[in-house]
Design a protein around this ligand. Sequence first.
Ligand SMILES: Nc1ncnc2c1ncn2[C@@H]1O[C@H](COP(=O)(O)OP(=O)(O)OP(=O)(O)O)[C@@H](O)[C@H]1O
Length: 430
Amino acid sequence: MSAETPLLDVRALVKHYPVTEGVWSREVGRVRAVDGIDLTVERGETVGLVGESGCGKSTAARAMLRIEEPTGGTVRFDGEDVTDYDREGLKRFRRRAQLILQDPASSFDPRRSIGQSVAEPLAVHGMSDRHRRRRLVEATLERVGLSPDAADRYPHELSGGEKQRAALARALIVDPDLLVADEPVSALDTSVQADVLELLDRLRSELGLGVLLISHDLRVIREVCDRVAVMYLGEIVESGPIDAVFGDPQHPYTRALLASVPIPDPTVSRPSVDLLGTVPDAADPPSGCRFHTRCPEVIRPEEYDLDDDVWRRVHRLRTRLSGGSESIDVDAVRTRVAAGTGSDDDGPAESVSAALKREFELPQRLSDPGADAVLDRALERLASGEREAAAEVLTSAFGTVCERDAPATRSLSADHEAACHLLEDERDAD
Ligand SMILES: Nc1ncnc2c1ncn2[C@@H]1O[C@H](COP(=O)(O)OP(=O)(O)OP(=O)(O)O)[C@@H](O)[C@H]1O
């Protein structure tokens, strides 16, 4: 294939899992683990795929490698459509594209020597000469920084870092073009992580490998990747060269992730951002921009004058009322109020509305009287059990484009893209 053809070219990749119910396994929904992602990996480059746990990174890797059949989209490897491969084609692909997993211990058979395990792919791919296999095993172990004698040792005799090196040797022995490394260092001590990452980087450069590095840890990604794709709830929200994405992040999710890691460079100032809650259920993703339920920068209606923090809390209350995955137990609040518990002082009995405000860390009075009246109306409805009506009151006053429409992906600069309504606003203003 020509040098311009990416080694791996993933377009609109989708992987859904059916949610079934009853003895007939009737499909009642779908877990939208991967929901239309694009990604390329060139020869000799390392691309990072980053996001919190549950965002769909591992599922994306399995679908790309056809370990699980994709629900939709195309995956081209060295110009060929992976979904078209027959048995033989798939076997060849499995040799050329290798997967490295987080826990090397579980991928080695404790009863087999490291040499036997590392040689296994050679036998599978038809190399029958035992002496030749042994020579190759020893050379490959050396390549990953282990002594050739490691071939005669057993998994329990190796440290975590050595086992991950042996796992790399087993992947490299069949001379692959692509390595997909899924959290390759997250099970290792911090002191060993840097060594294994350095090794991965050296192998990439010596062998011209394409590497897809999956990690929830931005520091790992920054250490070795040329480009990065940031994934949230089945979608890629931002992608581009490392310097562009980490130096000038354009998506609030990327900004929040970056703000959550310690900054080694004290000259860089980043506001601290509180990434509220956890990743919502992929079987019921939020409408519009999937990040809107947690977004610190969610676009707000202009008519109300509220502090950012208060606005975020009102927004969170609203999305939770509108059927978000984290539900509100109003009955529990009502019971607490009726029992007279939960209030901080011994003053007059608290109303359910006031208790709900405390529950959501909202001030008892909002600074904007209009917004305050709306909130009171909604909480009164909620306190009397009219949950939908309460949600409607809040939505009609505080609705946002972030919840209504999915943002389009915008091209920002060479190869740097992001999908956020804030970017549309900026563009419209230009
Ligand atoms: N076999 C499966 N059946 C149903 N749902 C699944 C399956 N595998 C993964 N999921 C769901 O798909 C979503 C994405 O999971 P995935 O493991 O790909 O995320 P991740 O970003 O790799 O997280 P982690 O780092 O924790 O593995 C999650 O909601 C998960 O529960």
